[in-house]
Design a protein around this ligand. Structure first.
Ligand code: NAD
Ligand code: DAU
Length: 398
């Protein structure tokens, strides 16, 4: 039986990863460490924390004593670090906590794992470790900076490369706004306090791999969407606002491009990298699912309006009249400072080495996501109480 220490699993992706793993593996133990910041919510993992295979520990990844205590009590095989401050806009307002959590927290986890996993030293003085242990850092494509947009509108890319075709299986016609992509060889070039803190964390992870020969992997994923996404991020914020007839704030001209990935596909990638990734390697996750923000917003409006018309029972969740759900809700607001123009991942490495590919097409994934939000308004109400209201006012109403 393998024991996973999963940090930040009361948040969006960590929680989805834990759900995925518990479903996939019977014989597994998961210790969750989460300090329950505004972004962490026990309601997100309420079934999981009652599962005999799970232990929940409330605490900070920077707390050495606490992390050591987990390692003393459990035979941790894998440490998967999701815990982070994750919202770019918040990093622009208050960078310091991003550096503290994302950099120092990562270093603390690495250091405790190093001490507990090491068996001794080799002749050259390098540490040697227990067999089969691994630290996985969940990073982001934002560490690569920003790509140019070569086309104003998306073009269909008819893939000729067999390797890349395998990445996307039967999805051969793909949309892209440019012909350059992030690969694992792309130089690190972060531009926001958030992405700089994540890039710094990646460098510390690589330093532990080089200097102490720590068994590590880093995954760098594109924008996720799906259930349990906190409504400060674009897609869940837009869904929440549409349902109450509130304006939909689109930064700048709405033409910035993100490469969207359904969160379960990310969970699957992490499972594959933990279990089969080559030690010391970075794997990019995402792929050929680019869209401009404005089109995401329009598609979300159209999908919600369609569901409401076809299945009128859903209208009970509306806090506005159905006739208000149209493009008039869109409002262009001041742009994000240093707003990255385009992210686009080339996932050839993870596809060819590990057989990963994104399973969920955006049209299917977005409808699934919207239906989840319609069915889980209690969760939205719960996470949007407290700090959220204050944040929303400061961010969008001042
Ligand atoms: P999130 O903000 O939804 O969740 C973060 C979780 O970490 C929360 O549960 C929070 O309580 C916890 N946390 C924060 N500080 C902590 C601390 N000091 N100690 C312990 N727990 C702490 O984030 P997310 O969107 O789920 O992202 C998870 C990870 O994936 C992050 O590292 C992020 O950088 C990375 N990532 C996110 C995306 C995305 O699209 N959301 C894409 C690529 C990579
Ligand atoms: O690419 C991976 C990253 O994706 C992760 O590392 C981050 O943790 C995650 O938050 C996400 O970052 P983004 O900044 O891309 O996501 P966000 O949802 O905040 O914004 C998506 C796009 O939508 C971006 O171009 C900004 C724009 N936007 C966002 C908000 C919140 C708006 O136009 N209006 C908004 O109100």
């Amino acid at each position: 039986m393998k024991t996973y220490l999963v940090t930040g699993a009361a948040g969006f992706i960590g929680a989805n990863f834990v759900k995925y793993m518990l479903k996939k593996y019977q014989d597994i133990k998961i210790v969750i460490l989460d300090s329950l910041t505004y972004a962490g919510n026990l309601g997100t993992i309420k079934e999981e924390i009652n599962d005999d295979r799970v232990e929940f520990v409330k605490g900070d990844i920077k707390n050495r004593e606490l992390v050591e205590n987990i390692f003393y009590r459990h035979n941790v095989d894998y440490l998967v670090n999701f815990a982070a401050e994750s919202h770019v806009d918040r990093s622009i307002e208050n960078p310091q906590i991003f550096l503290e959590t994302n950099i120092l927290g990562t270093q603390n986890l690495l250091d405790v794992a190093k001490v507990h996993w090491m068996l001794g030293k080799d002749e050259g003085g390098y540490l040697i470790y227990k067999d089969g242990v691994k630290y996985l850092q969940v990073s982001t494509d934002e560490v690569y900076g920003s790509l140019s947009k070569d086309y104003e509108e998306a073009i269909d890319l008819l893939l000729e490369d067999e390797e890349v075709k395998q990445v996307v299986k039967d999805r051969v016609n793909l949309k892209t706004y440019g012909d350059n992509f992030f690969t694992e060889e792309t130089p690190i070039d972060p531009r926001s306090p958030y992405s700089s803190s994540k890039a710094s964390a990646d460098m510390i992870v690589m330093a532990y791999a080089e200097t102490y020969k720590m068994p590590i992997n880093i995954t760098r994923c594109s924008n996720n969407y799906g259930p349990y996404h906190f409504p400060e991020k674009l897609i869940p914020l837009i869904i929440k606002n549409i349902l109450s007839g509130k304006k939909l704030p689109v930064y700048g001209d709405g033409k910035n491009v993100r490469d969207w990935l359904y969160v379960e596909d990310h969970a699957k990638a992490i499972d594959m990298v933990v279990n089969n990734g080559r030690l010391g390697e970075v794997y990019n996750v995402g792929g050929f699912n680019e869209e401009q923000n404005i089109n995401i917003v329009k598609l979300t409006i159209d999908t919600i309006a369609k569901i409401m018309k076809e299945e009128p029972e859903y209208q009970k969740v509306l806090k506005t009249d159905l006739s208000n759900i149209n493009y008039d809700l869109i409002t262009f607001v001041k742009d994000r400072l240093g707003h990255d123009m385009r992210y686009a991942i080339d996932p050839t490495k993870i596809a060819t080495e590990l057989g990963w590919y994104p399973e969920t097409n955006f049209e299917v994934g977005i409808e699934k996501t919207i239906r989840w939000y319609l069915d889980n308004q209690d969760w939205v109400e719960e996470v949007a109480s407290g700090d959220y209201q204050k944040y929303y006012k400061q961010m969008y109403e001042n």
